[in-house]
Design a protein around this ligand. Structure first.
Ligand code: NDP
Length: 283
């Protein structure tokens, strides 16, 4: 069997074209969706992510602001800026690029963002609403993964879904969304005793652990749908996922590649959340 490739670049383009149309309609009524991105420090990967987010906004016709601070900035300065952005009617979404430098209390910073503008969906109020099945903002990465299922017509009801990873950013909200869509979920992590036992039962397998090519063909049930969230850099400089793509694509029925799978969808869903926030405000 050769798996169907779930192409995140193609799906992202399709969704972004729709967002652009909706943003134009909103702008015609006087509201331009606006995203503010706060970057602290000089981490290279974070700079690339922020640049990509700002560029994606421009392409979709959104207003965006990038606010950069040196690594030794006082947390109070950043908190004051967040308070200003919370009150700024041009801004519908505020994002603080993580990780923050060590002298920051990241939880306190995320809590300072108004829940109405928390387009990452990391604020405890929004996370709680998601757990209750009544989300305001869905964290972008798992939100993007759900779009793959919808686009490919993959019905999740009654399926065995196994998520490897339990982070607040990916694994935990991912499992919750799969459960709410009707799947029976198992969440695995570094203390899981027999990972193979769980992964081999999975109709839907989501790998979000951050270990290069960790998921091998023998870990995958024939015909499973495999979603690779991982982004890892190999010693040769190439990017790869948490799944051994070449081998697993011979066993799975559908699979996301890395790069070009979940990655482009994450930024796309940031646009979705910003647009949805602007549309809610313009109601
Ligand atoms: P974290 O490091 O926060 O979480 C990793 C999770 O994987 C933890 O729950 C950990 O368990 C678990 N884990 C680690 N090693 C193993 C193992 N050997 N067996 C089973 N479970 C294990 O990572 P994130 O959730 O933030 O990200 C995961 C990956 O996804 C990374 O590669 C990251 O770069 C990528 N990513 C990609 C995005 C995209 O847009 N494509 C967006 C966000 C992340 P424990 O809790 O016990 O420590």
């Amino acid at each position: 069997m050769t798996a169907k490739i779930l192409d995140g670049t193609v799906l992202a383009q399709k969704l972004r074209a729709d967002f652009k149309t909706r943003a134009e309609a909103l702008a015609a009524r006087g509201t331009r969706p606006g995203l503010a991105v706060i970057l602290v420090g000089e981490d290279h990967a974070s700079q690339v992510y922020v640049r990509n987010k700002v560029n994606a906004c421009a392409e979709a016709g959104f207003h965006s602001e990038k606010i950069s601070y040196p690594p030794d900035v006082e947390p109070a300065v950043v908190l004051k800026k967040i308070a200003e952005l919370n009150a700024d009617s041009r801004i519908h979404g505020i994002l603080v690029q993580l990780p923050l430098p060590k002298h920051f209390d990241s939880d306190a910073v995320l809590k300072a963002i108004s829940p109405e503008k928390d387009v990452d969906g990391f604020h405890a109020e929004n996370f709680g609403a998601l757990m209750q099945g009544n989300p305001r903002f869905i964290p972008c990465t798992p939100y993007g993964v759900m779009k793959f299922f919808a686009d490919a017509g993959i019905d999740l009801k009654g399926k065995e879904a196994v998520v490897i990873g339990r982070s607040n950013i990916v694994g935990k909200p991912m499992a919750m969304l799969l459960m709410q869509a009707g799947a029976t979920i198992t969440v695995c992590h570094s203390q899981t005793r027999d990972l193979l036992f769980h992964t081999r039962r999975a109709d839907i397998l989501v790998a979000a652990l951050g270990r290069a090519q960790f998921v091998t063909a023998e870990m995958v049930k024939p015909g499973a749908v495999v979603i690779d969230v991982g982004i890892n850099r190999l010693p040769n400089g190439k990017l790869c996922g948490d799944v051994d793509f070449a081998a697993v694509s011979q066993v799975a029925s559908a699979i996301t590649p890395v790069p070009g799978g979940v990655g482009p969808m994450t930024i796309t869903m940031l646009l979705a959340n910003t647009l949805e926030a602007a549309e809610r405000e313009a109601l």
